[in-house]
Design a protein around this ligand. Structure first.
Ligand SMILES: Nc1ncnc2c1ncn2[C@@H]1O[C@H](COP(=O)(O)OP(=O)(O)OP(=O)(O)O)[C@@H](O)[C@H]1O
Ligand SMILES: [Mg+2]
Length: 394
């Protein structure tokens, strides 16, 4: 289990910190001059200096969590300590000036709001249930009152439209400012929330046509969906990744470095090698692995007896190996497959262990693993936040 131990360089830690975005100011904490690496010891202890714009800023807890979770993704990091400080008024002015400048100069690369939590559902190999997990978690999270985007990044193997029972073509409206067409996502109201769904399945008439897009479209399509879809308000964006990894993941890491990855695996211990590859790939592109979901765990028969058809223990052993939490275990149940075929995710109204397991994972995500960004009532920042928002539009 043990791997060769090499602590990261200060530059590597700095790169990890670049994935931590101040959600109000819309830039990363390194660029804003808020975070810097104080030291990295030979045995993997990292000390980070963080200066807050004001001492009591309520974003502190989130920044702390984001920094710690990013930095520990490096296998050579044993622990992270943050030394907190407060900016002087000159430093604060410099940070705010930088935030304004960034907002003006770097027109946002994507239409995904800075406050949206982005979760990519990935796996080492195909057929383990990524799409089923994506649609069920999206539906369960939306049911709680959130607005949840679903991006089907499986360009040629799309299954999200069928699983969510949506088949309208996508339409585009000209952007009121630039005149460029912006794609309007398809929507479906769920509980007190809303799903906003985009898939190449809404662009092509059949899977044969989709096949022609292969290769040519793969990374471009993801880019286009992030850039040219008018997502509007969005608490979460769940991305159903194509099987395997590679290009699409690198593209995602480049465009939305704040993406959290959830890895789906089956319970067979032998499946872990490929799943670990997905986690390694995430680390190489500096994405955080937020957790592991074991799918197709045991089969619970009508008598309540549990049968581990595909082995057992795989999810936990993967989680242990990559140092991420096991978020849940979804049993094998016919209702997951029929719900997918009928466009009614079992997590919505369904009863039984699989529906409950999906809802429990969704709840864990919104309360603990990837909580929504609540715009903090941080009055000292209001003026800049407003300015940044205005400049973004300018
Ligand atoms: N917990 C489960 N119980 C029963 N059937 C399931 C479960 N999870 C997924 N399935 C079924 O297994 C099949 C594969 O699932 P799914 O399409 O979600 O996997 P995937 O990882 O997205 O596959 P691909 O790599 O092809 O995109 C589907 O028919 C689905 O309905
Ligand atoms: Mg799939």
């Amino acid at each position: 289990m043990s791997r060769p131990f090499t602590p990261p360089s200060a530059d590597e830690v700095t790169n990890l910190l670049r994935a931590v975005i101040d959600p109000e100011l819309g830039s990363d904490v390194v660029d804003l001059g808020m975070a810097s690496v104080r030291s990295v010891s030979a045995d993997g202890f990292v000390v980070i200096d963080v200066k807050l714009t004001i001492g009591g800023c309520p974003l502190r807890a989130q920044i702390k969590k984001d920094i710690e979770s990013r930095v520990v993704t490096h296998p050579g990091v044993r622990d992270v300590r943050i030394e907190w400080g407060e900016m002087t008024s000159d430093e604060r002015s410099a940070t705010m000036a930088k935030a304004r400048w960034n907002a003006r100069e770097n027109a946002p690369d994507t239409e995904v709001p800075a406050t949206t939590r982005v979760i990519a559902i990935s796996s080492g190999k195909g057929g383990v249930g990524k799409s089923s997990v994506t649609v069920n978690l999206a539906a369960a999270i939306a049911h709680e009152g959130f607005t949840v985007g679903v991006l089907d990044a499986d360009i040629w193997g799309f299954s999200v439209p069928r699983m969510l029972g949506i088949d309208q073509r996508l339409e585009a409206d000209p952007d009121p400012e630039t005149g460029r067409p912006k794609i309007r996502p398809n929507t479906r109201a769920v509980g007190t929330g809303l799903l906003k769904v985009v898939s190449t399945g809404f662009l092509v008439d059949d899977e044969g046509t989709a096949l022609m897009w292969r290769g040519l479209m793969l990374t471009k399509a993801l880019e286009q969906f992030l850039r040219d879809v008018a997502w509007g308000e969005l608490d979460y964006l769940l991305i159903d990744m194509p099987p395997g990894t590679g290009d699409v993941q690198m593209g995602l890491a480049r465009m939305l470095p704040r993406t959290d990855m959830i890895i789906v695996t089956t319970p067979a211990i032998s499946a872990q090698k490929v799943a670990i590859r997905a986690a390694d790939m995430a680390r190489r592109s500096y994405l955080r692995v937020a957790g592991v979901i074991e799918n197709m765990s045991e089969f619970v028969c009508a008598h309540g007896e549990s049968h581990p058809l595909f082995g057992s223990g795989g999810g936990q052993s993967l989680a242990d190996e990559i140092g991420a939490p096991l978020l849940g275990r979804i049993p094998i149940e016919a209702s997951v497959a029929t719900g997918g075929d009928e466009g009614q995710p079992v997590a919505l109204e369904g009863k039984g262990p699989a529906a409950e397991a999906f809802r429990a994972v969704a709840n864990l995500i919104v309360t603990e693993t990837v909580p929504p960004v609540r715009m903090a009532d941080c009055s000292a920042r209001q003026e800049v936040v407003t300015n940044v928002a205005v400049n973004r539009r300018a």
